[in-house]
Design a protein around this ligand. Structure first.
Ligand SMILES: [Cu+2]
Length: 170
């Protein structure tokens, strides 16, 4: 019996507090704050996999593994978050076909400086971005290849050792 009174009392309290709207206001503020987070997150929507990849002045991607859904359209945003120029610390994203010899491809790419280190007429490339310098950003959209694991690299000279990752289609 006592418990019921406590319950009723707290229910009455809740009702009396509910009308002033302060609670809702507070909640809205906290949502605004949390949406300020620095880096866009990867997201999977219906039929679309959004990927946010960066390269920095320390010659690193922000992720060495990317996962997307088979059959999805992939929207990949690639940003160079460093300050160094394209000539000294350029970065790109080059997604290679499964059977590619990655080291060999990386060697070949060095011969194509005039083409931003993208081998011309290569059948090893699924898709690639342009070469970026510090502060630059680009976006590419492509159809996810068939299920499996692929390698992505940066073809700027010397970067392959550190700038390499696995692109997983599942
Ligand atoms: Cu690079």
């Amino acid at each position: 019996m006592k418990n019921i009174f406590v319950l009723l009392f707290s229910a009455a309290l809740l009702i009396s507090c509910g009308g002033d709207g302060k609670k809702e206001e507070k909640q809205e503020n906290s949502i605004k704050l949390s949406s300020k987070s620095a880096e866009p997150k990867d997201a999977k929507e219906e039929g679309v996999s959004k990927v946010y990849l960066t390269g920095n002045d320390q010659m690193r991607y922000n992720k060495t593994e990317i996962k997307v859904n088979a059959g999805d359209e992939v929207v990949l945003t690639f940003a160079h978050v460093g300050n160094m120029s394209k000539e000294t610390m350029g970065h790109n994203f080059v997604l290679l076909k499964k059977e590619t010899d990655v080291q060999e491809f990386g060697q070949k790419a060095l011969e194509f400086k005039a083409n931003d280190y993208i081998p011309e007429n290569s059948d090893a490339i699924i898709v690639h971005t342009e070469m970026l310098g510090g502060g630059e950003k680009t976006e590419i959209t492509f159809q996810a290849p068939e299920k499996g694991e692929y390698t992505y690299i940066c073809t700027f000279p010397g970067h392959l050792a550190l700038m390499k990752g696995t692109f997983i289609v599942e």
